[in-house]
Write a protein that binds this ligand. Structure first.
Ligand code: AMP
Length: 306
């Protein structure tokens, strides 16, 4: 089932307690596409500036199931760029800088060939752009959006408007608190689905896993215990990519996405995210094999069986 995503392509500078990388390829859309491509074909719609050099494009090309024909280059603009710093506790991250560049401009245009997309993922970017993208796919059957604290701070009305029209929302525990004023993740999730629009919300809790609050029930999953975390950047986007990639593949005929199917999808997202954080940028995902994914999925099933 055609899966389409829009979001940021970022040039990231990352500091961890052990190492540092400057100007590496990141962005919500890049991680999402790489992760989803382990399950299905993915269509990318995003914009970059004239500073997006060939080496970045070569990294995207390492994922042959990602169709980058919707990658728009704006020669006179700047690619979104972001700096993040991690501390001893990997769950804690400080944003060092955010240069919005193309994200402040008009949304990228989706190629006509992508118009029949049924599964739509709105990776982290300005919610007004997400809204416009959502409505450019009239044949959509399942749409999910990701967001973050910056947009809750500066574009809350746009985010609320978007939430009324999507099936699912993915956020982290802090963002759920910001949106609802409620600390308890289940209660916050319930408030979101009861008053803001989506049918379900996935609340991520970093290394403590995630909680699904759905109008049909509640589910939870631990994170896969990674022993050597190198760079947690993109964990959330890879998680979402694995989840949506799995759903799009599993629902090629029956498009009725049940809570059970979302729960299974969360497990696949969890496994892909656990690989993404074993390197800086997309390095680990670029060398990852389907066999490694399947093996870790089996290990994960063994670990969580109750
Ligand atoms: P994650 O670690 O999953 O939250 O995603 C990190 C990625 O999101 C980085 O590669 C950044 O380039 C990108 N990013 C950071 N802030 C934003 C933002 N405000 N809008 C869109 N993408 C962002």
């Amino acid at each position: 089932m055609p899966l389409i995503v829009t979001g940021s392509i970022g040039i990231d500078t990352i500091e961890t307690p052990f190492d540092r990388r400057e100007k590496i390829l990141g962005g919500s859309c890049s991680y999402f596409c790489a992760a989803a491509s382990f399950f299905t074909d993915v269509r990318m719609v995003a914009a970059v500036g004239g500073d997006f050099h060939e080496d970045y494009r070569k990294i995207l090309k390492k994922f042959p199931k990602v169709d980058i024909s919707g990658l728009e280059v704006r020669e006179d603009s700047k690619t979104f760029s972001w700096g993040g710093k991690y501390f001893d506790n990997w769950n804690q991250r400080e944003t060092l800088f955010t240069e919005l560049g193309v994200l402040e401009e008009h949304p990228p245009k989706s190629p006509p060939a992508f118009a029949d997309s049924k599964f739509v993922f709105l990776a982290n970017t300005h919610p007004a752009v997400q809204y416009e993208m959502l409505h450019s796919f009239p044949e959509r059957v399942f749409s999910v959006a990701d967001s973050m604290n910056l947009w809750i701070d500066i574009a809350l009305d746009d985010l609320k408007k978007l939430m009324r029209d999507i099936d699912g929302l993915i956020i982290n525990d802090e963002e759920a608190h910001m949106l609802t004023g409620i600390r308890n993740v289940i209660s916050a999730g319930r408030k979101i689905i009861e008053t803001m629009g989506p049918m379900f919300v996935v609340i991520k809790k970093g290394e403590h896993g995630c909680v699904l609050v759905h109008d049909q029930g509640v589910a939870m999953l631990p994170a896969f215990p990674v022993e050597k975390v190198v760079d947690p950047t993109g964990a959330g986007d890879s998680f979402a990519g694995g989840m949506m990639g799995y759903l799009a593949a599993a629902h090629s005929k029956d498009m009725n996405v049940s809570i059970d199917s979302i729960q299974q999808a969360l497990a696949h997202g969890t496994v892909i995210a656990s690989f993404a954080i074993e390197s800086f940028g997309l390095d680990r995902l670029a060398e990852l094999t389907k066999e490694e994914v399947a093996k870790r999925y089996t290990d994960f099933q063994e670990m969580v069986k109750v």
